[in-house]
Write a protein that binds this ligand. Structure first.
Ligand SMILES: *Cc1c(COP(=O)(O)O)cnc(C)c1O
Length: 385
């Protein structure tokens, strides 16, 4: 296996984990579409027993993603939620988790509707000031779950500051790095213990696969995570692993364009008379802009906007009148998407909770794609008109 750990991002994206197939020389990792592996005698095999546990296509992808996060280990899951579910299974009844008050709706649902039932307690805290964590730490606290930038209000959480508190108290710090992608932000280098990705989004990048991943440098955590994957079975298939590897080969190119288009659109929207507020961490007046600058390479293509004085009906009308942007859940693909969090991605959060964190009914979230930015701005102009 060639070692690409010392190379730069773009080289790793293309080559890490992707050695030519030893039996044929095929430059692309084959799709090992198999459920089992033939054994020479019982227990004697080539390192592969059954495909829930191990599959060579998936392993190649895992090596690639680990390299992108400068991590030692990566385990892929059948979805981002599958990966988050596996993290929560590191815990036992009675344990407590400190997490943010602006979270992906599915994460909030998993925590409150599934894991609270199993006796795990969650504290939803404003993490934009990491010191807020301290008052919730007690002898039962085991884990901090931080998402940054947050979905959809683009809060920025200081990963290094969280890590300091986490280490002082012997906790596990997990960072959901989905919005930034490994191109913009590498939480392990900032002190996180586990990085989680919804691979579905920027890593896959083409809106054709649902997948998740957990990356860590800690051998023991990795062993537990892999044990959970193999025991609980949220493993992704080889075809999906292949598609994601293919997607990642252009991650750096796509991210550059997402960031370029994102900046142009954020600036356009900021001066638009029908827009009350633009959430984008690249603005100097964003409350945690300095932290974003410190921990991210650039500011990404995710933008949320509040429409000035629009009620639900008017908001729906605008959301439905785009011609280049598509109205859909999800993000991070090459095509631009518009989403209405209050009724779509974040509908599983009670209205009161949602509105406390700014997810109001006249808020729209944009996932700016890699199309020509002039066409995207024209589309926004006509939809807002
Ligand atoms: C989409 C998303 C998830 C969930 O991932 P799936 O692949 O859809 O299961 C988790 N966190 C964030 C920030 C997301 O955007």
């Amino acid at each position: 296996m060639a070692d690409f750990s010392k190379h730069k991002f773009a080289t790793k994206a293309i080559h890490a984990g992707a050695d030519p197939d030893p039996s044929t020389g095929a430059i692309m990792t084959p799709i090992f579409q198999t459920s089992t592996y033939v054994q020479e005698s019982p227990g004697t095999n080539k390192g592969y027993g059954y495909a829930r546990g191990k599959n060579p296509t998936r392993e190649a992808l895992q090596k690639n993603i680990a390299a992108l996060e400068n991590g030692k280990h990566c385990v892929c899951f059948s979805s981002g939620m599958g990966a988050t579910d596996a993290v929560m299974k590191l815990l036992s009844p009675g344990d407590e988790v400190i997490t943010g008050d602006d979270l992906y709706g599915g994460t909030y649902r998993l925590f409150t509707k599934i894991f609270e039932k199993y006796g795990i307690k969650f504290h939803f805290v404003n993490l934009t000031d990491a010191n807020n964590i301290k008052q919730y730490v007690n002898s039962k606290t085991k884990l901090i779950w931080a998402e940054t930038p947050t979905n959809p209000t683009m809060q920025i959480i200081d990963i290094e500051a969280c890590s300091k508190i986490s280490k002082e108290n012997n906790l596990i710090l997990v960072v959901d790095n989905t919005f930034a992608s490994p191109y913009l932000q590498n939480p392990l280098a900032l002190g996180a213990d586990i990085v989680m990705h919804s691979v579905t989004k920027y890593l896959g990048g083409h809106s054709d696969v649902v997948m998740g991943a957990l990356i860590t440098n800690d051998d023991k955590l990795h062993e537990q995570i892999y044990f959970i994957l193999n025991s609980c079975g949220a493993n992704p298939g080889p075809m999906d692993s292949f598609l994601v590897m293919r997607g990642i080969k252009t991650l750096h190119l796509r991210m550059e364009r997402h960031c370029y288009n994102g900046r142009k659109i954020a600036e356009f929207l900021k001066s638009h008379p029908k827009i009350e507020k633009v959430y984008w961490p690249g603005f100097p007046e964003h409350p945690n802009h300095q932290i974003a600058k410190k921990q991210m390479r650039d500011f990404g293509g995710m933008i949320s906007i509040v429409l000035k004085g629009a009620n639900l009906e008017q908001t729906f009308k605008i959301a439905s009148s785009f011609k280049v942007f598509s109205l859909a859940e999800s993000l991070g693909g090459v095509e631009s998407l518009v989403n209405h969090p209050a009724t779509m991605t974040h509908a599983s959060i009670p209205k009161e909770e949602r509105e406390k964190s700014g997810v109001v009914e006249n808020l729209l979230r944009l996932s700016v794609g890699v199309e020509d930015v002039d066409d995207l701005i024209d589309d926004l102009k006509q939809a807002l008109a």
